[in-house]
Design a protein around this ligand. Structure first.
Ligand SMILES: Nc1nc2c(c(=O)[nH]1)N[C@H]1C(S)=C(S)[C@@H](COP(=O)(O)OP(=O)(O)OC[C@H]3O[C@@H](n4cnc5c(=O)[nH]c(N)nc54)[C@H](O)[C@@H]3O)O[C@H]1N2
Ligand SMILES: Nc1nc2c(c(=O)[nH]1)N[C@H]1C(S)=C(S)[C@@H](COP(=O)(O)OP(=O)(O)OC[C@H]3O[C@@H](n4cnc5c(=O)[nH]c(N)nc54)[C@H](O)[C@@H]3O)O[C@H]1N2
Ligand code: SF4
Ligand SMILES: [Mo]
Length: 682
């Protein structure tokens, strides 16, 4: 019996795995793990289904130059080929000819090694990862306002002890089902729940107050909330004076956001807005939590900063059972962004253009700081540049199915096809792997060890429960094997615990300081919260009680202006398209579409009966959604729970992202997945 964690989302639910003979695994509850207390969602219970699957890759594959088809190859042949092609491209075009694309599902050890591999073995600046599409707007906002980016600055269970929780763009009941118990207990204790979403989701069904704004208008809603709080004299002046800077400018900037104007922009009535403000004023303890619905916008960072302004004005951050938090998404969404996969970062959440950070990390790596490249392109900009005269000529992908999940996916697929070399490490033949010149089959989850950092900043340990299938190797072996073939100046370990110790040294003194965390401590303490700088340090479950990690210890109010979605409806495209998730599928679906016990419905188009009547569609009929970038034909799901001016398509199947807009947030470089202009026809 092995105590470990689910392979999917950032809740990282604890689970036990029992071997059932011939490598098969049974998932059992681990009641003592505090985050989920034995509860799992359908994806967790069925997670072992991919292990026995015939769809698992078990041999490296190389594209045959004659037929253009992938054929089986040996590991040495495949790795020699990749190294030789990389050398050739770098000799011809320079170090930045090679790009690296990582994932927020990779363990801390893999993310750390991948960042080090890019900077040291490849010498390229061109590395980024899919977390840029996930919570980067909240990360950017947290850094600006609080001086640090940790999704939740408190344990998730604190939600239960609050008086009021406002969920902005989160469908927690479907995206982190075991976490919904905290909302239920909050309400059993007499606390209130507010949900803000263009769709009345199963999360919103639990709410005391449900607000249904036009997609892309949460920023205006937050400005309106702050306007009313100020008008009602509800600002916590003592807190604002003692713990923040910038309030007066923000106060002036919200003066013109009177409720009627907010109603015109957002579609939320003045009565509903006042109701939300009343709940905020009445609550002693309150939390504002954002997720992708609020963040995946061209103004995602500004939106989060505006909700942080609301939280600061009420004096919430740092108070018990109160504050602002972001619900991160991928299994290691948090840790994956702290240790060097991001174009501008080095381990420990250090910035790559900070000379002191470069010196520290270069010393740990045993290289000259001057040899480390600078900042590279962000995820979408990296993909957009592939195969162009100035962009990378080769891409190594670990842990992302870009063809399905990137915005404006047809364009991105063209860019991938323009590459001289595409190498994909995956556990299955994903849509992206199917395009590759070289596919490398890797171990997953229960077949290897490594740490993950959950949505609370709790570093947890995934233990190996079973031997890997013959023929597959760990991502860590692939990285080390390529580094050696490329003549890396320093060796790369393949032993997770050893890598974690090095990561601890590299992160020491940084914002995300893991130096005091060990595998033994994680086992004993059921996870350790960063920052944890020394072995004797207890870890930091709750942040900001006394000060914020900014230079002066104060949080920042920052003025934000509402501009609206990058693409507004017009005569040709009169509707808003938004995208998101359903309970039974995970992300690009590469893993969950292959698990036979999970329903695989294919894409669908959710639309309101009034809209269905206008276009002449009935439930189940095929309809066509068109945007300026492409079209998708899929069955209609006629529901009263969505705004009549909005359609929703889940992105787990190929197609949704042919429609989405690649407008980027100026600060986080997050694409606007959550809104663009569309038309529906039969
Ligand atoms: N079942 C399942 N669970 C998952 C995942 C999965 O793929 N499947 N993925 C994991 C990952 S990586 C992530 S990032 C999280 C995401 O978790 P969530 O953020 O909860 O998921 P989404 O469905 O992307 O978006 C949440 C809600 O935002 C709403 N929304 C759309 N546009 C807007 C808007 O303009 N404003 C507001 N306020 N709301 C809007 C949508 O209607 C949707 O109900 O889930 C994690 N958990
Ligand atoms: N329209 C629209 N698009 C979106 C979103 C949206 O809301 N709407 N959400 C965005 C968000 S929040 C996210 S997080 C992204 C996610 O989208 P993707 O980046 O595509 O995420 P996954 O589907 O999880 O892809 C992970 C891939 O890595 C493989 N894999 C799993 N474990 C490992 C491992 O240990 N090593 C290696 N090498 N491979 C592994 C899996 O089989 C899979 O092929 O999608 C984004 N795209
Ligand atoms: S909520 Fe997330 S971590 Fe928990 S079982 Fe479901 S997918 Fe796994
Ligand atoms: Mo995500």
């Amino acid at each position: 019996m092995t105590e470990t964690h689910c392979p999917y989302c950032s809740l990282q639910c604890g689970m036990r795995l029992q071997q059932k003979g011939r490598g098969a695994l049974e998932v059992l509850p681990w009641d003592e793990f505090p985050v989920n207390e034995g509860g799992l969602c359908r994806k967790g219970w069925t997670a072992a289904g991919l292990r026995g699957s015939r769809e698992r890759l078990t041999t490296p594959m190389v594209k045959d130059r004659g037929t253009g088809e992938l054929r089986a190859a040996g590991w040495d042949e495949a790795l020699d080929l990749v190294a030789a092609r990389i050398r050739g491209l770098q000799d011809a075009h320079g170090k930045d000819a090679i790009g690296v694309f990582g994932g927020g599902g990779l363990t801390n050890e893999k993310a750390y090694q991948l960042g080090k591999f890019a900077r040291v073995a490849l010498g390229t600046s061109q590395i980024d990862y899919n977390g840029r599409w996930c919570m980067s707007s909240a990360a950017s906002a947290g850094n600006q306002a609080f001086g640090v980016d940790r999704g939740l600055p408190f344990p998730l269970a604190d939600v239960e002890q609050s008086d009021l929780v406002v969920l902005v763009g989160s469908n927690l009941a479907e995206t982190m089902p075991p976490a919904a118990r905290h909302l239920d207990r909050l309400r059993e204790r007499g606390g209130r729940l507010v949900v803000i979403d263009p769709r009345l989701t199963s999360t919103a069904e639990r709410a005391d107050l449900f607000l249904q704004p036009v997609p892309g208008t949460d920023l205006a809603l937050a400005l309106g909330v702050l306007h009313l709080l100020d008008a009602q004299g509800a600002i916590d002046d003592d807190y604002v004076a003692a713990r923040t800077t910038g309030w007066e400018d923000v106060r002036r900037s919200v003066a013109a956001w009177w409720p009627e104007r907010v109603e015109r922009v957002t579609g939320v009535s003045t009565a509903e807005l006042r109701h939300l403000v009343d709940l905020l004023v009445e609550a002693d303890r309150a939390m504002v939590l954002t997720a992708r619905g609020a963040e995946q916008h061209a103004q995602g960072t500004a939106t989060v900063l505006s909700w942080i302004n609301v939280a600061l004005a009420l004096g919430l951050p740092g108070r018990p059972f109160s504050g602002y938090g972001c619900l991160t998404g991928q299994g290691n969404g948090q840790g994956g962004r702290e240790h060097g996969q991001k174009a501008d970062q080095l381990p420990g959440y250090r910035m790559i253009d900070d000379p002191a950070a470069r010196d520290h990390v270069a010393r740990v790596w045993g290289v000259d700081a001057a040899s480390l490249p600078g900042k590279g392109r962000s995820a979408y900009e990296l993909l957009d540049a592939l195969g162009t005269p100035t962009g990378p000529k080769a891409l190594l992908v670990l842990g992302s199915n870009i063809v399905v999940s990137a915005p404006r996916a047809s364009h991105v697929t063209e860019r991938l096809e323009a590459l001289d070399l595409l190498v994909v490490c995956d556990i299955v033949m994903s849509e992206t792997a199917a395009l590759a010149d070289v596919v490398l089959p890797v171990t997953q989850w229960a077949e290897e060890r490594g740490t993950m950092t959950n949505l609370e900043g709790r570093v947890i340990l995934r233990e190996q429960a079973v031997a890997a299938p013959d023929g597959v190797r760990s991502d860590l072996d692939v990285i080390a094997g390529l580094a050696e073939r490329l003549g890396s100046p320093v060796p790369f370990s393949t032993e997770p615990e050893e890598i974690f110790a090095e990561l601890g040294r590299a992160s020491a003194g940084g914002k995300a300081d893991y130096a005091g965390i060990t595998y033994d401590r994680i086992r004993d303490e059921k996870g350790v919260f960063w920052p944890c700088p020394t072995p004797g340090h207890p870890g930091t479950p709750r942040m900001f009680a006394d000060s914020f990690p900014t230079p002066d210890g104060l949080a920042r109010f920052l003025v934000q202006q509402f501009a609206g979605a990058a693409e507004q409806p017009d005569d040709a495209y009169p509707l808003h398209l938004t995208t998101g998730r359903v309970l039974a599928q995970y992300q690009s679906g590469a893993q969950t579409r292959r698990i036979k016990d999970l329903p695989d419905t294919g894409a669908f188009v959710e639309l309101h009966p009034m809209l269905a009547a206008r276009v002449g569609a009935h439930d189940g009929d095929p309809v066509v959604v068109r945007t300026r970038r492409g079209e998708l034909k899929a069955p209609a799901r006629v529901v009263t729970t969505i705004r009549p001016d909005t359609v929703f398509v889940p992105f787990h199947w190929v197609g949704a992202n042919r429609l989405t807009n690649d407008a980027l947030d100026p600060s986080s470089r997050m694409p606007e997945f959550k809104v663009c202009a569309a038309e529906v026809t039969t």
